[in-house]
Design a protein around this ligand. Sequence first.
Ligand code: ASP
Length: 338
Amino acid sequence: MLVLSPLCFSVSASGSNDSPIAIVIHGGAGTIKRELMSDEMEDRYREVLAEAIESGYQILKNDGSSTDAVIATITLLEDSPLFNAGHGAVFNHDGNIELDASIMQGGDLNAGAVAAVSRVKNPITLALAVLEHSPHVMLVGEGAEMFAQQQGIGLVPNEYFKTERRRLQLEEILAKEKSASLSKTASNALLAAYRFDEKKLGTVGAVAIDKRGNIAAGTSTGGMTNKRFGRVGDVPVIGAGTYADNNSCGISATGHGEYFIRAAVAHDICARMEYKGISLQQAQDEVVQDKLVKMNGSGGVIGVDKDANVSFSFNSLGMYRASIDKDGVRQVKIFKDD
Ligand code: ASP
């Protein structure tokens, strides 16, 4: 959202150029177990996660903004067929791809989001265009694509996003849905088809803090396999899948979006930090390991706080994740016991 009043910039961080930098990313949470993954696949995931986080970190190191670092990192993950974002995103019920993304800046609480776009190669760049060049926070569908064209963001055919792996996942779920509908009521069949499992894995997100102490958070996804009726999850909902505030932290989430919307996950974590004076790790755990678990909401979050501490929390079996902390220590992890 374009912010017109210069007063709005007064909440930006200190302006000094030597605050510690840090970055953390995720590539989705869910049923990720060692025994379900080949060594080759594991290596590929680790490689892309390492490459993506390094690209963001180098931007921060060279005095770039956290926003630029988040955009560069997420763009790279959107372009990889491994993740459920951009190329390689999951199929909806009709066999097409619909993408959601959002970005938020913690200095001025400015945010941009897009939902259900089907022709924008890198939805995260369109979310940034909404933030920088529109008076709005969220644009959806064809209108968002019209705005993309006005902004000089070229469109690609929906085919660009489709991969065989994701087409097979849809077919498998449709077959399960069909057999469930033979034996159960229609609503039970729908619930079975929406069960959150590894078939929907791979939403991507990044949170960074730059040398000025400004935090940015972004998230991008294809949503859930077999989604229909124009379903949109938590990712483009500011406060649910993404939130950033220089007074507390930045958060990007991944998991069963309906629960993350209902629990206002990303905002709740930042608010708990600020109001209760607790650490980022504690705030994340309260929301992910307690509040969400009680609701049966599966997934996880990554975050960076105002002092450049990084942390993760997830209640699923695994989460693709990586971080480079304020001491430059690099971590790439997949499984719970990594
Ligand atoms: N949160 C995403 C959604 O519900 C899915 C995911 O993170 O895997 O659309």
